[in-house]
Write a protein that binds this ligand. Structure first.
Ligand SMILES: *[C@@H]1O[C@H](CO)[C@@H](O)[C@H](O)[C@H]1NC(C)=O
Ligand SMILES: *[C@@H]1O[C@H](CO)[C@@H](O)[C@H](O)[C@H]1NC(C)=O
Ligand SMILES: *[C@@H]1O[C@H](CO)[C@@H](O)[C@H](O)[C@H]1NC(C)=O
Length: 271
């Protein structure tokens, strides 16, 4: 879920970024200009892509940009990147800074997100198990006419032994992650769906294609069910419009943000 303002640790990352080259190029289907795919016609225009190696690697992270949706906001993320030192102004290099809520775009939730004593005990994103975040994964389409209930979970027939599942929903069809306005009608887990998953499957990595795995109506109950055991990792805001349902190897790496209950995360699928 993208958070409660008051719980959120906002985080200032001073990143040394030597090349912030915005593409002044044609858009691709996924992103409008100026975030779209770069043209290769001119040498100095970077190429931005979703797929590498002829389809072997698929990027399932969304690009961070000011117009991406932000929790309960109509205005999107807004400016999150500044260039306090620039070559144009006499610095030896360009050094940008960013300030971003940790639950922005494609991101991961740690147990401390909704359980305060886990937060106090230090169950932050640095403690998430990389073995859960990396390995064989199933990408499934869920029925488009419902939220993810126990009945839906049952109907998916996900075999025992499957530990990582990315749920592609109506959110992808509605392109919600490309809309600046936050939309509470997104599809997510209802409380009984989350409980069914925990009780009846071996799934430890739950991925979804909007800002929260939990449906808005069951926001806290579903998060609690997933996170109280401290075994399930929630990856939210995934970009699942390119990959087809099937089995992949997923690779997700959060930042090692000490004390943060959320982190931007880069996830890819490898065929
Ligand atoms: C440095 O930043 C400036 C903006 O001040 C930008 O126009 C330029 O392309 C950047 N240069 C490099 C090498 O990134
Ligand atoms: C460079 O400095 C000028 C004058 O202080 C300022 O107006 C401008 O915004 C700065 N440009 C960048 C890219 O930092
Ligand atoms: C899912 O639940 C939300 C409320 O959390 C609701 O607005 C939406 O219509 C539901 N979606 C479907 C497909 O039933």
């Amino acid at each position: 879920m993208a958070r409660f303002q008051s719980f959120d640790s906002f985080l200032l990352l001073c990143a040394v970024v030597y090349t912030i080259l915005l593409p002044f190029a044609a858009s691709d289907a996924a992103y409008p200009p100026p975030y779209g795919l770069g043209s290769t016609e001119e040498d100095l225009v970077p190429v931005r892509r979703e797929v590498y190696g002829g389809g072997r690697i698929i990027d399932i992270s969304h690009r961070y940009h000011p117009d991406m949706p932000s929790w309960e906001s109509n205005d999107g993320v807004g400016q999150f990147l500044w260039l306090p030192k620039s070559m144009k102004n006499g610095s030896l290099a360009n050094n940008s800074e960013m300030k971003l809520p940790t639950h922005t775009g494609t991101h991961v939730d740690a147990p401390g997100h909704v359980i305060d004593h886990y937060f106090d005990a230090g169950f932050d994103v640095d403690t998430l198990n990389l073995e859960v975040l990396n390995g064989p994964a199933l990408l499934v389409d869920v029925p488009r006419d419902k939220n993810i209930t126990a009945q839906v979970m049952k109907s998916l027939n996900i075999p025992k032994g499957v530990t990582r599942v990315l749920f592609r929903t109506l959110n992808t069809d509605r392109r919600l992650m490309y809309k600046k306005e936050f939309d509470t009608s997104y599809v997510g887990f209802m409380k009984d769906g989350a409980q069914w998953l925990v009780d009846n499957t071996d799934i430890k990595l739950v991925g979804i294609d909007y800002l929260s795995v939990a449906a808005f109506d069951d926001l806290i109950p579903s998060h609690l069910i997933f996170l109280e055991g401290r075994e399930t990792i929630l990856v939210e805001g995934l970009k699942l419009d390119v990959a087809q349902p099937g089995i992949y190897s997923v690779h997700c790496l959060p930042l090692r943000l000490l004390g943060a209950e959320g982190s931007p995360i880069r996830c890819i699928l490898i065929e």
